[in-house]
Design a protein around this ligand. Structure first.
Ligand SMILES: NC(=O)c1ccc[n+]([C@@H]2O[C@H](COP(=O)([O-])OP(=O)(O)OC[C@H]3O[C@@H](n4cnc5c(N)ncnc54)[C@H](O)[C@@H]3O)[C@@H](O)[C@H]2O)c1
Length: 272
């Protein structure tokens, strides 16, 4: 099979790790065709020195040479990157899933992909259980709950924390700081609760999902607990995610989930 030629948009915690892994041969059958990163940094310099085309925006990409673009930047970036990628018939790997809770934006992505024949691949990111939720939706699902617990430092600057005037430094015990639907959760914690959007995508919509965010100085990292109840029975998942070394707001598992997705694309064995 010809290699899958991937452009990476965003060389932060996730994009840099994916670039390293692909170049180290950890995703056989995948090549880095280009990277897009507006801010100078050591990863960008290393890739440029290794001969990888480096761009500051998508305009300079050689689209005909690409099979897929990985968005590993931000929700705002996904909104500008995704339409450009999909209209050219190039597949999109989307990490900033929070943006898809905007129903109009999600619908526009799906119709752009349908029109061009491109595919949107959504890695499992910092969560699991999406397979169970998707299968459960074939029957009836009564409720899905997500409880995300993080050390206060991982919640600094979240819009909800700022708007509500929550003093994170004064939190010395486990404290619920948000409870509500996934749309409000992702608005209030755009860099932290992409997992809520992933669960909503797997559940075909946000209606059945409730989200709680807990600040806990004793949290052993980023903890996600998912519970689902439905005609299939019930499910409970607890993930204690180690934060990425370069971005405490991102779980190390998120980059690994992209690498796992890229491995699967080159494999005859498909999990879903
Ligand atoms: N789906 C999940 O479970 C999950 C998990 C963790 C993080 N995320 C999301 O993935 C995204 C990347 O996370 P990260 O920790 O690597 O972020 P990061 O902040 O470490 O890095 C983002 C990088 O993208 C670059 N960037 C910004 N706008 C860009 C644009 N328009 N084009 C190209 N590059 C651009 C930035 O300069 C930065 O280097 C974030 O939106 C984050 O919320 C999703």
């Amino acid at each position: 099979m010809p290699p899958l030629r991937l452009a990476i948009a965003g060389l932060g915690a996730i994009g840099a790790e994916v670039a390293r892994a692909v170049r180290a041969g950890e995703a056989p059958g995948v090549e880095i065709a280009a990277v897009v990163e507006p801010i100078p940094g050591p990863t960008r310099d290393r890739l440029a020195a290794a001969g990888v085309p480096v761009h500051i925006d998508l305009d300079a990409l050689d689209w005909d040479s690409l099979d897929a673009v990985l968005e590993a930047a931000s929700q705002a970036a996904l909104r500008t990157i995704a339409p450009q990628v999909l209209k050219r018939g190039v597949n999109l790997v989307a990490l900033s899933a929070g943006a898809t809770l905007d129903g109009d934006f999600l619908a526009s992505l799906l119709s752009a992909a349908q029109a061009s024949g491109a595919r949107i691949w959504v890695p499992s990111g910092a969560i699991g259980a999406l397979d169970v939720i998707r299968a459960a939706r074939v029957g009836d699902v009564a409720s899905i709950t997500l409880t995300t617990t993080k050390p206060p430092v991982a919640l600094v600057d979240a819009p909800w924390v700022v708007e509500q005037g929550i003093n994170l430094t004064s939190i010395d015990d486990r404290r619920v700081i948000f409870s509500g639907g996934p749309v409000e959760a992702v608005r209030g914690f755009p860099q932290n609760v992409n997992v809520a959007a992933l669960l909503a995508l797997a559940a075909d919509g946000p209606d059945r999902l409730r989200v709680t965010v807990v600040a806990d100085p004793a949290a052993p990292g980023n903890v996600h607990e998912v519970e689902a109840i439905g005609s299939f029975g019930s499910m409970r998942l607890r993930l204690e995610n180690r934060p990425s070394e370069t971005n405490p707001k991102t779980s190390a598992l998120a980059a690994q989930s992209v690498i796992a997705l890229l491995r699967q694309l080159g494999s005859p064995l498909r999990f879903a």
